[in-house]
Design a protein around this ligand. Structure first.
Ligand SMILES: C[S@@+](CC[C@H](N)C(=O)[O-])C[C@H]1O[C@@H](n2cnc3c(N)ncnc32)[C@H](O)[C@@H]1O
Length: 201
């Protein structure tokens, strides 16, 4: 039997375009972007708690993206959309300057081996793009369990002009994800940093 959803899963997906905020009708609304949500649904909880905000998930894995669109449709959350593809393309082509109130990036793939580091998507150019896309005062929340990636993120973000606001080693119950649960079960420590774009004086 076909399951009936309050929304059509196809309507959750947003196509490549020159401005994702325009495509989502974000004028006058706060836009929050989560990169690499994987199998997690924290974005759905955040969207349900803030119906005035708009929420965009970006995920490169087609399978996880399709599954996420079905979950959003099942939950009937009209303020959540998803883009299936590489966040680098989104940052380069689809997010205008000063359009995003907050990014959430929880456990970007660490590519821990020396020869793999070039595959990490947070690099100086993408950090500059994150900074550019944020509204003044906007934030980036980022978590990693990899010490070397943490240092790389810190260097890139500082060079991009972001300000480190806080650092902690745990998340509140409502903020937990599939990966935080996995790390907690295995006793693997991780760091969650909050960065902010400065507000001009
Ligand atoms: C380690 S998982 C973390 C999943 C989730 N954030 C959590 O905490 O449970 C990283 C996710 O980022 C996605 N990802 C990796 N590179 C990406 C990219 N360049 N653009 C968008 N998503 C990406 C992967 O497909 C994967 O689902």
């Amino acid at each position: 039997m076909t399951e009936r959803f309050p929304l059509d899963p196809a309507s959750v997906a947003v196509a490549p375009c020159a401005s994702l905020p325009d495509a989502m009708g974000a004028a006058g609304r706060r836009l929050f972007v989560e990169v690499g949500f994987g199998k997690d649904v924290r974005l759905l909880r955040a969207a349900a708690a803030d119906p005035e905000g708009l929420f965009l998930g970006v995920e490169i894995s087609r399978k996880k993206f399709d599954s996420f669109c079905r979950k959003v449709a099942r939950a009937g959350l009209a303020n959540v959309r998803a883009f299936g593809g590489d966040v680098r393309r989104v940052l380069e082509e689809m997010l205008p300057a000063g359009s995003v109130s907050g990014f959430t990036i929880l456990f970007p793939d660490p590519w821990p081996k020396r020869r793999q580091k070039k595959n990490r998507w947070i690099q100086p150019a993408t950090a500059a793009r994150l900074h550019r896309a944020l509204v003044p005062g906007g934030s980036v929340e980022i978590a990693t369990d990899d010490g070397d990636y943490r240092e790389q993120i810190q260097r890139c973000f500082l060079d991009a002009g972001l300000l480190l606001e806080s650092e902690r080693g745990e998340l509140a119950e409502s903020e937990r994800t599939v990966f935080t649960a996995r790390f907690e079960r295995r006793g693997v420590p991780f760091t969650v940093q909050r960065w902010r774009r400065a507000v001009p004086a």
